[in-house]
Design a protein around this ligand. Structure first.
Ligand SMILES: [Fe+2]
Length: 190
């Protein structure tokens, strides 16, 4: 199905998102979970750990760039130099406040920062994730590290990444998209 758009009707938007996650989101994220389960798990962890509404939504939507790319007839037009987190951020920024968008936009930066600051983090990545790390720019320079650390959304971007890494559990119970209707409503751009 096509990527849902928000047209001033929150109920319809939640229905469309749920449907999208149940269809386009069924591709495997890794060997264990689908992309949809992975994002729903991330949101559940964020909710259960008492993160803010916008942080919960960042977790809920953090990998939708992959689903948007899957939805394209000709994904080659989108891939090229544009990364999945940029595609996700561009979609989300039309609908949600910046606090939702920034940690998603920083998704790959956070991985590069974690790999650069802790070799053990790099070592535990899957072979596929190590491969994408190379394609995503590999280790950060000192300047890139400093810039990222002084940016407004640094801490929450790292937190979302850590939750992302934990959200890969087979058959874990999660809340459905409709559970987050209030958070979605609260974080809409006005
Ligand atoms: Fe993820």
């Amino acid at each position: 199905m096509t990527v849902p758009t928000y047209k001033n009707n929150i109920d319809q938007f939640v229905i469309d998102l749920s449907h999208w996650y149940k269809t386009a989101g069924q591709n495997n994220y890794d060997e264990v979970v689908t992309i949809s389960d992975h994002m729903l798990q991330a949101a559940s962890i964020a909710y259960d750990e008492g993160l803010s509404n916008s942080n919960i939504l960042s977790c809920l939507f953090h990998d939708i760039g992959h689903m948007i790319i899957d939805d394209e007839d000709d994904p080659s037009e989108l891939i090229g130099n544009i990364y999945h987190e940029t595609i996700a951020a561009s979609f989300l920024s039309k609908i949600f406040i910046n606090e939702v968008v920034e940690p998603v936009k920083n998704h790959v930066k956070a991985k590069r920062w974690l790999c650069t600051s802790d070799q053990r983090y790099y070592e535990q990545l899957s072979p596929a994730s190590k491969q994408s790390f190379e394609e995503q720019g590999s280790y950060m320079s000192d300047e890139e590290m400093k810039d990222f650390m002084s940016s407004d959304h640094f801490h929450i971007s790292i937190k979302v990444r850590e939750i992302d890494d934990r959200a890969k559990i087979k058959n874990k119970e999660t809340y459905p998209i409709s559970f987050y209707k209030d958070q979605i409503k609260e974080c809409l751009k006005h």
